[in-house]
Design a protein around this ligand. Structure first.
Ligand code: HEM
Length: 498
């Protein structure tokens, strides 16, 4: 842990010149979320021009701190990450020294590892029930049992921390593009935590069933079933309350104390990540642009695929008539399911039997999956993938936990009163949040069956590469603010398509 770092730069060197502070820039807007109005675009362009002029002056005068500040603001003006790679070392060094000085000033006393992490509270929180019942003769494995649960709860806390931040980002009406990068990073972090806590069960399984029996009776009626943070994770992700498996014919909240039940109840169905994701997908502007209509385009791809499959079966049917019959049945089944997909009313009727995706969200998710290699869809694809990873890892955890319970208890009842193994195994198959994202794969078709995307569509959804024409026809050039211009051009194009 770092304490009282030396400083050689006054903090006020970080301030921007008076002129800079007069320029107001609007936060960037992800092209997915909405189109920019003409007035906004003009304002953004003017702001960018002023900033560019100031940047050139600052670099000329070797005022690298001011240059950095302007670059950051240029980033804000176009939705890009701030990046000071181009600044000479001297400027970056002054920056980090100043940042360290500001941190050091916050603590009059040097910070101490033990107190900063409140380790007294954490390490003093392992009290064995077996020890209370038989002073001096604790059940050895109960120590591990407690520590493992506490570590789980700490990780749950971290997952909720990340989840809340992602939900906050998704709740904005206009989601800045750089926030989407933050979202996929945090979803990735959540998946990595699940990987770790999945593995933690291996440590607990070093305890034998008889070791567990030495203290199990002291635990009644407490159970992991009462983990408030686990329930909050389920609810904030958006587990469908109607699909919850009841046990003892009672709702899951009735096993919690009054305060916890109120907290968990309040999080049910409110601003869940699942619902926010659906709304976000519905806002995708790329389904229809100019003369391009994704749905018609995709339908053509499906027809191509079915035609090709039938033709292939017909050419081979002479040799394998039995197999051909089965294959034709399978093609007809695919056609039937595709017909449902292309009829919105039929889709909505079928939807009543399980899907939580709206028709538009489904189309957007398909577009993103089918064209994941187009740069504009990279980030959305990563986000949808991240949600699937979380769903999959939680399911694996549920299943793995149920197997561990089987190993420890056989088919005995749980301390919380459930059927134990049978109940837990059922949750593994039914308590899924992002099932629709997995089901999407039923409608994916091979890429070579899809017609080529029209060139003007590809150009308008993506940023031009160096030397190529930008979406508005001008030539892309390689100066240090190229990134911003790319994004402005893409935004302009989208607004023009409206
Ligand atoms: C020897 C180890 C364990 C045994 C025998 C065990 C047993 C059980 C049983 C039988 C249930 C069903 C509810 C009940 O009737 O009590 C349950 C639920 C649960 N347990 Fe465990 N458990 C163990 C370890 C853990 C650990 C380390 C965690 C980590 C936090 C955990 C978290 C949970 C959660 C969250 C539930 C609720 C699952 C749901 O309702 O979907 N358990 N456990």
């Amino acid at each position: 842990m770092e304490s009282s770092p030396p400083t050689d730069a006054p903090l006020d060197t970080l301030s921007v010149s008076e002129n800079d502070t007069k320029i107001s820039t609007k936060p960037p807007v992800c092209p997915y979320q909405r189109r920019t109005s003409k007035t906004e675009r003009v304002k953004m362009e003017k702001t960018a021009e002023t900033l560019r002029r100031q940047l050139a002056e600052a670099v000329k005068e070797e005022d690298f701190l001011a240059a950095h500040q302007i670059k950051v603001r240029l980033g804000e003006a176009d939705g890009d990450d701030d990046d000071d790679d181009a600044l000479p070392d001297r400027a970056s060094r002054t920056f980090s020294t100043a940042r360290r000085a500001s941190l050091a000033n916050r603590h009059k006393e040097p910070l101490y590892y033990h107190s900063y992490l409140q380790l007294d509270k954490i390490t003093e929180s392992c009290h064995l029930e077996s020890e209370k019942a038989h002073p001096g003769k604790p059940a050895h494995d109960e120590h591990l049992f407690i520590i493992i649960h506490q570590v789980y709860e700490l990780w749950f806390k971290q997952i909720l921390w990340e989840l809340n931040s992602v939900i906050k980002i998704f709740k904005q009406e206009d989601v800045p593009e750089k926030d989407m990068f933050v979202v996929s990073g945090r979803l990735k972090r959540i998946t990595e935590i699940w990987r770790i806590i999945l593995d933690q069960l291996n440590v607990l399984e070093t305890m034998s069933p008889t070791g567990f029996l030495e203290f199990r009776d002291f635990l009644f009626p407490a159970s992991g079933f009462q983990s408030v943070q686990f329930r909050m994770i389920e609810n904030q992700l958006g587990l469908d309350p109607a699909g919850r498996i009841k046990y003892g014919k009672r709702g899951y909240c009735t096993y919690l104390n009054e305060q916890h039940a109120a907290e968990v109840n309040a999080a049910e169905g409110v601003d869940t990540l699942h619902d926010l994701m659906v709304t976000w997908l519905e806002r995708t502007p790329f389904l229809k642009m100019g003369s391009f209509d994704f749905w018609g385009h995709y339908r053509q791809g499906v027809d191509n695929m079915l035609k090709k499959d039938r033709a292939f079966i017909e050419t081979t049917s002479g040799r394998y008539p039995d197999i051909a019959e089965k294959q034709l049945e399978s093609v007809e089944a695919t056609k039937k399911s595709m017909d449902t997909l292309f009829d919105e009313d039929l889709y909505n009727k079928e939807k009543a039997s399980g899907s939580r995706f709206s028709y538009k969200a489904l189309q957007a998710a398909l577009l993103i999956n089918l064209y994941q290699d187009e740069p504009i869809f990279h980030q959305p694809y990563q986000i949808l993938n991240g949600l699937k990873d979380i769903d999959e890892l939680m399911t694996m955890w549920r299943y793995r936990h149920s197997l561990m319970v089987h190993r420890m208890l056989g088919v005995k009842m749980g301390t919380g009163g459930s059927s134990g193994f049978a109940y837990l195994r059922a949750t593994a198959s039914q308590h899924r949040v992002f099932k629709d994202l997995f089901n999407l794969s039923s409608f994916l078709i091979p890429k070579d069956q899809l017609p080529e995307l029209p060139e003007d569509y590809v150009r308008s959804i993506n940023f031009p590469k160096h030397g190529q024409k930008t979406a508005d026809g001008s030539e892309a050039h390689d100066d240090e603010i190229l990134e911003m211009e790319r994004k402005l051009a893409a935004m302009k194009m989208k607004a023009a398509q409206k």
